[in-house]
Design a protein. Structure first.
Length: 116
């Protein structure tokens, strides 16, 4: 599945952004979807994931209560609503699709910068 993430930008601390990831190709609803991020000089880290039906969601402790992942299978799109943003949320954010037991397909990333 091909993925394209967008919606990043520059925001002040305490602000909000919504990222979107549009999928094309094979059946979107067959995939669990996730968001990851990578800050400069750091390893890529898990942010959030959502099951195929959207019934279950998972979050990194660092974003729990501030970020919300959702999906619209009719639009082949997964979202990441980010509220109460902090400077430490600054990173390139990637969406990914889980094929089998691995994150097999990745989008190109979108930059999120949170100023203090």
């Amino acid at each position: 599945v091909q993925l394209q993430a967008f919606g990043g930008g520059l925001v002040q601390a305490g602000g909000s952004l919504r990222l979107s990831c549009a999928a094309s190709g094979r059946t979107f609803s067959s995939y669990a979807m996730g968001w990851f991020r990578q800050a400069d000089g750091k390893e890529r880290e898990f942010v959030a994931a959502i099951r195929r039906s959207g019934g279950s969601t998972y979050y990194a402790d660092s974003v729990k209560g501030r970020f919300t992942i959702s999906r619209d299978n009719s639009k082949n799109t997964v979202y990441l609503q980010m509220n109460s943003l902090k400077p430490e949320d600054t990173a390139v954010y990637y969406c990914a699709a889980e094929g089998g037991s691995t994150w097999s397909d990745w989008g190109q990333g979108t930059q999120v910068t949170v100023s203090s």
